[in-house]
Design a protein around this ligand. Structure first.
Ligand SMILES: [Zn+2]
Length: 318
């Protein structure tokens, strides 16, 4: 297998701080490293700098699991902000959470931070961003899971959509690709993309300004229904890509996964590991190539070549 053309469209190897030195030595040719909160963006940038030029694309964004920390209305005080964006089945858990959480980041601050990263890294992707209707906050607002049962506290879908909209608008402004996490929220994501769709040329006849180029948006480790794919592909103003991993997509029944993989146009299909460590990353990439090859009835070489070209177009290398 020609690993030099393997492109991991979505991964977090920088999470494994003990093995950072393995990242520049991966056999996988190209990696797209996803930041998930403002405090891992430095590590994403450092790891990228250690990799040979063009091998690693940094990505900066705020993951749905951390969106409660972001304010969208800077006039609200912190407690009011948390009271508005958090929901819980057990009211006392919500009150305890509000007491435990650190101050939220003012919109002005996190937006400026994200824009600065994109300006500093002209190749960077916006990610990992998205929507998650299954995620629950950990006790005391912890961000690392240590086997402790999550609370019933969740971030409201309205707040998640508001922050995602802001991050997508920034991606459009900077003409960057986006990597999106979407769990139990396909309908909400579709609705948001449709709201952001650029006005059709017909309606916009009076204006002489050219339409912005479409935003390349990858739904990563997609596990939604194959039937929803055409709706996503039809949204104006976005070029939708879909990527698959052994770690997440591999949990689906084989027939469903194959059906999904076949529902994606060949020039929009990407592969990824979604791993949080460089350990096992090369193996996960070799494995997902085989799974895609079998589903699409492509040869291994053809699968590598096609996903290589797709990744280059996705990140804007060509
Ligand atoms: Zn991820």
């Amino acid at each position: 297998m020609d690993n030099s053309k393997l492109c991991d469209a979505h991964c977090h190897p920088h999470d494994d701080v003990e093995h950072l030195d393995m990242i520049p030595k991966l056999k996988t040719g190209h990696i797209t490293i996803m930041g998930v909160r403002q405090d891992d963006w430095d590590r994403v940038a450092e790891v990228t700098a250690q990799c040979a030029s063009g091998r690693c694309i940094p990505s900066f964004g705020i993951h749905p699991w951390f969106l409660h920390r972001l304010m969208v209305d800077d006039n609200a005080d912190p407690k009011t902000h948390y009271d508005q964006v958090l929901t819980a089945k057990i009211a006392s858990e919500k009150q305890e959470m509000i007491e435990a959480l650190e101050r939220p980041f003012p919109r002005e601050e996190w937006v400026a931070n994200l824009k600065q990263r994109l300006a500093d890294h002209p190749q960077a992707v916006v990610g990992e961003v998205g929507l998650d209707r299954a995620a629950r906050l950990l006790p005391d607002g912890a961000i690392e899971w240590h086997g402790v049962k999550p609370t019933t506290v969740q971030t409201s879908i309205d707040h998640q959509m508001h922050v995602l909209r802001i991050q997508l608008e920034i991606a459009r402004e900077f003409q960057r690709a986006v990597s999106v996490h979407c769990v139990q929220a396909s309908g909400h994501l579709l609705q948001l993309l449709q709201e952001l769709a650029v006005p059709s040329k017909k309606k916009d006849k009076s204006s002489s300004t050219a339409l912005p180029p479409p935003v390349r948006l990858c739904i990563h480790s997609f596990v939604g229904s194959a039937g929803s794919i055409p709706q996503f592909l039809n949204v104006k103003g976005f070029s939708i890509y879909v990527s698959f991993s052994v770690a997440i997509s591999g949990r689906l029944a084989k027939s469903k996964l194959q059906q999904l993989m076949c529902a994606i146009p060949e020039d929009r299909l990407l592969i990824e590991s979604d791993l949080n460590s460089p350990q096992g990353q090369d193996e996960a990439m070799e494995e997902i190539v085989k799974v895609v090859a079998e589903a699409r009835q492509w040869s291994i070489e053809q699968t590598i070549e096609q996903t290589y070209r797709n990744w280059q177009t996705f990140v804007g290398m060509q």
